[in-house]
Design a protein around this ligand. Structure first.
Ligand code: SIN
Ligand code: FE2
Length: 207
């Protein structure tokens, strides 16, 4: 496995999941999405819908609406607890996180051809000593990675189907976003588009 260090703490593993593993993971995610359908999240205050649809699995899910960003144990539209995290995701976390406790949230982002995600930090968690582990499926995206201050220089890189990205240590609070999706770059998703799975520890483990 090649691991490319993008910046201190930021590691890209191109092709971390082989095609058959991507297909198995996608089947697991399809099952999750049947129980916890993708919905349109809304921006805090304005209530403006985002261009990315979302769902979650695991004990906690990240949600956003007029009331703000937060983690909660239930789907905001169905009120049902998020489905458990598929074993493949737990295995990827054990392999990549170097963190002693299990992840609590897996955010599922679905990008259609025109979806994007503005530059932001992942900072709604209590424990920044745990990394953010991200897996990509489907169409390649142009991903932007910066430093821990919004004004820091950024670099642009491609995230392709099967790639893993880990933001740990100094890069745990790095600004990042998705500039655009490169339509038609993968045949994994029958309808096209991109799915990103972001695994996170939310609470501090009790010892
Ligand atoms: C995110 O930061 O929530 C998503 C990143 C990605 O789609 O790769
Ligand atoms: Fe993020």
């Amino acid at each position: 496995m090649t691991a490319i260090s993008l910046a201190p703490g930021a590691t890209l593993m191109p092709g971390y999941l082989a095609r058959d593993a991507q297909q198995r993971l996608l089947a697991d995610i399809d099952a999750v999405l049947r129980a916890a359908p993708l919905y349109w999240p809304r921006m805090p205050k304005s209530g403006k819908p985002m261009s990315v649809r979302m769902s979650n699995c695991g004990p906690l899910g990240w949600v956003t609406d007029e009331a703000g960003y937060r983690y909660q144990p239930t789907h905001p539209e169905t009120g049902i607890p998020w489905p458990p995290m598929p074993e493949m995701l737990l295995a990827a976390w054990r392999d990549l996180s170097d963190y002693p406790a299990a992840p609590e949230a897996c955010l599922i982002n679905h990008y259609g051809p025109d979806a994007r995600m503005g530059l932001h930090q992942d900072r709604d968690e209590q424990d920044f000593s745990a990394p953010v582990v991200s897996l990509s499926l489907g169409d390649t995206c142009m991903f932007r990675l910066g430093g821990t201050r919004r004004a820091d220089a950024t670099r642009s890189l491609r995230l392709a189907s099967g790639d893993a990205l880990v933001l740990a240590g100094e890069a745990r609070l790095a600004f990042h976003g998705v500039d655009r999706i490169l339509q038609g770059t993968s045949t994994l998703l029958a309808q096209g588009g991109r799915i990103n799975l972001t695994l996170r520890r939310v609470t501090r483990p009790s010892d």
